[in-house]
Design a protein around this ligand. Sequence first.
Ligand SMILES: *[C@@H]1O[C@H](CO)[C@@H](O)[C@H](O)[C@H]1NC(C)=O
Ligand SMILES: *[C@@H]1O[C@H](CO)[C@@H](O)[C@H](O)[C@H]1NC(C)=O
Ligand SMILES: *[C@@H]1O[C@H](CO)[C@@H](O)[C@H](O)[C@H]1NC(C)=O
Ligand SMILES: *[C@@H]1O[C@H](CO)[C@@H](O)[C@H](O)[C@H]1NC(C)=O
Length: 471
Amino acid sequence: MISYTQLFASVCALASTAAALTPLEVSGKDFVDSKTQDRFQIIGVDYQPGGAAGFTKKLDPLSDADVCLRDAALMQRLGINTIRVYNLEPSLNHDECASIFNAAGIYMILDVSNPLAGGYLDRSAPWTTYSAIYYKQVFGVIEGFKNYDNVLGFFAGNEVINEDAHYLVPKYVRAIVRDMKDYIAKNSKRAIPVGYSAADIREILMDTAHYFECDLKNSTSSRSDFFGLNSYSWCGESSYKKSGFDVLTEDFTNATVPVFFSEYGCNEVQPRVFTEVQALYGEEMTQAFSGGLVYEWTQEDNDYGLVKVNNSNTVTTLVDYDNFEKQVNKLDMERITSSNVTQTSVKPEACSASLIKDKSFYNAWDLPEVPSKVADYIKNGLPDAPSGKFVSVSSTTIPQKVYDHTGKEITDVKFEVKSGVNTPSSSGSGSSGTSDSSSSETSTNAGSPNGAPSLALGGAGGLFMLLASLL
Ligand SMILES: *[C@@H]1O[C@H](CO)[C@@H](O)[C@H](O)[C@H]1NC(C)=O
Ligand SMILES: *[C@@H]1O[C@H](CO)[C@@H](O)[C@H](O)[C@H]1NC(C)=O
Ligand SMILES: *[C@@H]1O[C@H](CO)[C@@H](O)[C@H](O)[C@H]1NC(C)=O
Ligand SMILES: *[C@@H]1O[C@H](CO)[C@@H](O)[C@H](O)[C@H]1NC(C)=O
């Protein structure tokens, strides 16, 4: 047991380490640190333990502190600086997880929709769900997360525009961006960026990007602040040309907002070797892209994991985890974080039908009017919506046991409170140094990957403590 005196001492020691990350902001086509103006490129991973099916009204990826601490510690070793979380429940308390990732030096990009009824825009008939019911979810997520400095941004939609979408969907998504930004301007201390995450459908990809990033004189707030692209075109030992990354670079070289891969990491060739990391953060591509997020953290049925959660007490780092770490450790962080005035001084183009090339893509910007109840939420704030706040984080070892893919226990996994952004450490913090050609994991989803029952805080072996800020 930890005595009260010890607790009190740690709370005092913590006071100086609590504020880990400075908020990021958008400057031209770059994300930059709002204090130093250093460029920020996303070295990220998509985070949905349990998969989409693991999400419920009672448990989302940022509501179980033991799981967040374990994952943040394992992400620190990899050099991860950003997670994307897809499905969130606004009524849950996210203080501990948000504080853990903040203390770990990791930003969060959050989707505001979820797959439950009323939680998303229906792409086949968007006008039916563009309503106050949906906005309880959308504004609820903003309320819940607006006070956390490590929120990089919100996604107003994920792959809403695809082959099955009604052709009016673009203007509804642009209206959601508008309403979110108006809500943030009125109800948040900080101008948190809002963007869209697109499917890699090449025929309409640039139309989608232009539709959201152009400047609309009579609705400036409807302009997206950034653009995410889910791209899986680099498989195995591909190349810049073979994968079509060269075409993407060319296409987005004139972008006027930060563009990044909101998902990447084709798994057709296994294990994944992640050679695309060198291209993505290389000299050419970083003129168009601000990094990306690997899909995805935990091993689920679709076989994209970096780690496998065996049960609530053990986790295994997979071959892909080691391979990704090796690639990230080769990056030249000084170049990646250096700012460039050519990048930050770009100006948006005006919206015009001539920007849209594909005949099937909507080419007007007559956005739907804000429903009156939604306008009311924007003006006065969403009623009865909980807002989070940071709590102090202190910890040493994590409560779970960690094994590498050969079955050997990794004993030195530590959660470290950082004073800034988490970065890759080429010093190789104890990875087992296996070769790229190890056998591929097969993914039978034994056990319950997500529903790790919560261990009592401060209990369970490790000296993990997470203390509400009583000071
Ligand atoms: C980017 O802008 C330059 C200069 O205006 C232009 O020559 C080029 O064609 C543009 N590239 C694309 C892909 O639109
Ligand atoms: C700055 O960015 C521009 C375009 O994005 C690029 O052409 C140029 O090489 C960059 N300059 C440096 C010093 O990296
Ligand atoms: C956890 O799962 C991995 C991958 O399926 C397996 O190789 C490993 O032996 C398991 N570890 C434990 C402790 O059950
Ligand atoms: C705003 O401008 C667009 C594009 O010119 C136009 O289609 C739309 O009707 C205008 N909206 C309002 C409310 O005037």
